[in-house]
Design a protein around this ligand. Structure first.
Ligand SMILES: [Zn+2]
Length: 463
């Protein structure tokens, strides 16, 4: 099932134009949109009448093929494009579609005398289709929206400068764009998690952009992003089946399920990130060398141009990490759904990165968790965070806690966990994941620690 939703973003500032020119363009297109909508309604009404007359005259239903180029959509679009020459042709077609949908609803009400003839109000939002919109991220993690809004000829006109008489008609004002481009570009405000996630999913191609709109309200300008996605059928999830996820530096995630003792999953490979970073770092050094060696035209154009390729590398690494976290989190959620896990338990991650893994410091474990959480909630899976204390030192089989292990780097070389009491052997991350998947694990650990302390005291007393 395809699900379509809208999210509103405020436009913070234009990228290529100054505010005055930007507003001027939007006002022009908004005005044209309004007129085009009403003109289109008129065309469709006429086409309808034409069909009625045709039927009464020839006794057969009008067929577009019989009278090509009359009263069909192509005919209407062609005429509208001739009349409205500022907005992009794709916008015109979007308008026709919009009016057709509205017309269908309006027609019945009109016949019943419930509504007047379809008309649109001034200040109507600017319409465009999904293919006219592109979203990307700037180096400083802001979101930039590009909309192919203008007709080529109008874009050129604006680039050359359009002279406008001001209200008192005494002065003249020239609106001139800095670029000769059919696109307008602007930054949008995405300050909470939820509206950021939507943009990330658009970037990640999980969400498809649909016909969106821009509208002005007072001094503010908004961008309504319409996005769609395939919603999976709700599977029956068992809230008592808990998936435990150990997020770590050996493997991005180790996964276990509380009542499936023989199953385990390793998600992703941290080496991919390391390899990518090494590759990029080599390239970065090369670029720096080249720019020092001059001859590539970069030297002498100021520090900014010399820094540019390096910045792009940082962006590349971030994009790669982001992509990987998306892939891994999706993999995890698919496992949860397949096994009908209604609950996911994870550790509260805070300051768990040891010195020797400092290359990962920028790497956000937290980001991976966030992505898992969002995807889980989308499917109705509960997410519970637990205290990470002793989850690595507890034997998931017999429950013994290896307190001395916790103090130093207890992980044996191959990342194996070996219980000193029952001899249970397991990959250390999977052992932790099994503990994390255990219901009421915090309480169990607390009680176990008390029990072990009691036993230790008794032993001392006996000896
Ligand atoms: Zn054990």
């Amino acid at each position: 099932m395809t699900c379509t939703k809208t999210m509103r973003y405020q436009i913070v500032r234009p990228l290529d134009d100054d505010w005055e020119v930007f507003r001027y363009i939007l006002n022009q297109i908004s005005y044209e949109t309004w007129n085009c909508l009403n003109r289109c309604a008129q065309y469709l009404w006429e086409a309808d009448n034409f069909k009625k007359i045709y039927y009464s005259k020839f006794g057969i239903k009008f067929n577009v093929k019989d009278v090509e180029g009359v009263a069909d959509d192509a005919y209407i679009n062609r005429n509208l494009k001739k009349e409205f020459q500022k907005m992009n042709g794709d916008s015109v077609e979007t308008i026709t579609r919009e009016v057709k949908v509205k017309m269908k609803k309006n027609k019945e009400d009109f016949m019943l005398g419930k509504a007047s003839f379809l008309s649109f109000k001034k200040g109507h939002p600017i319409l465009f289709r999904g293919s006219q919109v592109k979203i990307n991220k700037s180096n400083d993690n802001n979101y930039i929206v590009t909309v192919r809004l203008l007709r080529k000829e109008y874009a050129e006109e604006l680039y050359n400068g359009i002279t406008v008489k001001t209200k008192n008609k005494k002065e003249e004002k020239v609106h001139k764009r800095n670029i000769n481009d059919m696109n307008i570009r602007f930054y949008i405000k995405a300050n909470d998690k939820y509206n950021k996630v939507i943009l990330e999913r658009v970037l990640n191609k999980e969400y498809k952009i649909g016909g969106s709109r821009i509208f002005m309200k007072g001094n503010k300008i908004f961008f309504d992003l319409v996005y769609s996605f395939e919603q999976k059928k709700d599977e029956k999830l068992d809230k008592n089946r808990i998936m435990g996820i150990d997020i770590g530096y050996n493997i991005p995630a180790a996964v276990a399920i509380n009542d499936m003792p023989y199953k385990k999953w390793f998600i992703g490979d941290r080496k991919e990130i390391e390899d990518f970073r090494t590759k990029i770092e080599v390239r970065k050094k090369q670029l720096q060398k080249w720019s020092v060696w001059a001859g590539d035209g970069r030297v002498g154009h100021g520090i900014k141009t010399r820094i540019k390729p390096v910045l792009n590398i940082g962006e590349k690494i971030n994009n790669f990490k982001n992509l990987k976290n998306h892939v891994w989190s999706r993999e995890i959620i698919n496992i949860a759904l397949k096994n009908k896990c209604g609950t996911i338990q994870m550790e509260k991650l805070e300051g768990i990165i040891p010195e020797e893994y400092s290359f990962l410091k920028n790497w956000s474990f937290y980001d991976l968790q966030q992505k898992i959480e969002y995807k889980a909630r989308e499917h109705g899976i509960d997410v519970v965070y637990i205290d990470p204390a002793y989850t690595s030192a507890r034997c998931s089989k017999c429950g013994h806690i290896h307190k001395s292990y916790e103090k130093k780097d207890w992980r044996p070389e191959q990342g194996q966990f070996i219980c000193q009491v029952c001899g249970y052997k397991e990959n250390a991350d999977i052992n932790a994941a099994r503990n994390i998947a255990t219901p009421n694990i915090e309480k169990i650990i607390k009680e176990q620690l008390e029990k072990q302390e009691r036993e230790q005291r008794n032993q001392k007393y006996i000896s």
